[in-house]
Design a binder for this molecule. Structure first.
Ligand SMILES: Cc1ncc(COP(=O)(O)O)c(C=O)c1O
Length: 313
């Protein structure tokens, strides 16, 4: 873990090197050990800081993005906050498309970090395939303007590179073999990045992709609405590669929410709904694998982003 007294050149240098914590109280007996990688320690409070930096620096290295240009993206708010942060440090303008289906804290964070924000109205506050498609279309329209760079997170392989570093950190932080890893998927960037690092390091890990039970595109081929921000987009993401996961499982949204509340109250780990989903999936996997094994999951972001939507009410 970084010391408080570290001296950095820019705020970008504070991305990554997040702590990992072994759960002590909410994993029942006769289960594998479960570790949560606490991504809330990143500067905007989410794992997305890693992929935002990777997308911007990847584009700069290839000469696709330079001074004076505007970065464009559609986002539920976590990627938007992370991109707004990276653009603020590097001096790029950032035009972002989001929706009122996502947490007010995330929309306010993007504005606070200087983004130009366009909010698309949702139906009853639900995240649906139709809403995601509207956001994609609007972002693609803006991206056709001159001097813009569309980070296009759903198709951008730079994000996998950004998340490979998270996998390397996990391997360094845990002395024993990692027997199981599970992750809920939006773009699938973090699942792919961590899985690639585990495989490259020669770990024999069972890797599970998680999706909301009301939008089971991978397990049943059907989609629907839910309120787990950032995941279950209603289509199979382009970056998801079958080679890098063993199978998919669903997690019920109520269980994800209940697990987020238990993490806060019984472990002091204050995280959002998709983190609750990941840890709920990890506890099931820990039951399957049994004692003396090790399971890792990502606690994607901070619970502070979910106060207004009522996760902890
Ligand atoms: C809060 C949250 N959790 C999980 C995810 C899913 O991560 P990934 O896009 O790497 O699959 C996202 C992505 O937007 C997110 O915002």
């Amino acid at each position: 873990m970084q010391s408080k007294h570290n001296n950095y050149n820019t705020a970008l240098d504070t991305i990554g090197n997040t702590p990992i914590i072994k759960l002590q109280n909410i994993v029942p007996p006769n289960h594998a050990n479960v570790y949560a990688k606490l991504e809330s320690y990143n500067p905007t409070g989410s794992k997305k800081d890693r992929m935002a930096l990777a997308m911007i620096e990847g584009a700069e290295e290839r000469g696709e993005l330079s001074n004076g240009m505007t970065v464009v993206e559609y986002t539920g708010g976590s990627t938007g906050s992370a991109l707004a942060f990276v653009c603020a440090v590097k001096g790029y303008k950032f035009h972002v498309i989001s929706s009122d289906a996502f947490g007010r804290e995330k929309l306010d964070t993007m504005r606070a970090l200087g983004a130009k924000l366009e909010v698309i109205k949702s139906q009853d506050g639900k995240i649906t395939p139709d809403l995601i498609n509207q956001m994609i279309q609007r972002a693609s329209e803006i991206a056709r303007k001159p001097d813009t760079f569309f980070t296009n997170q759903l198709s951008n392989p730079d994000i996998i590179r950004g998340f490979e570093k998270m996998g390397h950190e996990i391997i360094e932080q845990i002395a024993e073999p990692i027997d199981g890893f599970c992750d809920s998927i939006g773009t699938a960037g973090s699942l792919m990045g961590v899985s690639r690092s585990l495989k490259t390091a020669g770990q024999d890990t069972l890797v599970i992709a998680l999706e909301p039970s009301t939008s089971p595109i991978l397990t049943r081929g059907t989609t629907g609405g839910h309120n787990i921000e950032g995941v279950g987009l209603g289509f199979i993401p382009e970056l998801l590669d079958n080679k890098y996961y063993d199978h998919a499982r669903t997690v019920d949204e109520n269980e994800a929410r209940q697990t987020a509340r238990k993490l806060a109250r019984e472990e002091g780990i204050f995280v959002g709904t998709s983190s609750g989903m990941n840890i709920a999936g990890a506890i099931k996997l820990a039951k399957d694998l049994g004692p003396d094994k090790t399971v890792v999951a990502i606690a994607c972001d901070t619970g502070l982003k979910y106060l207004s939507e009522g996760l902890f009410s």
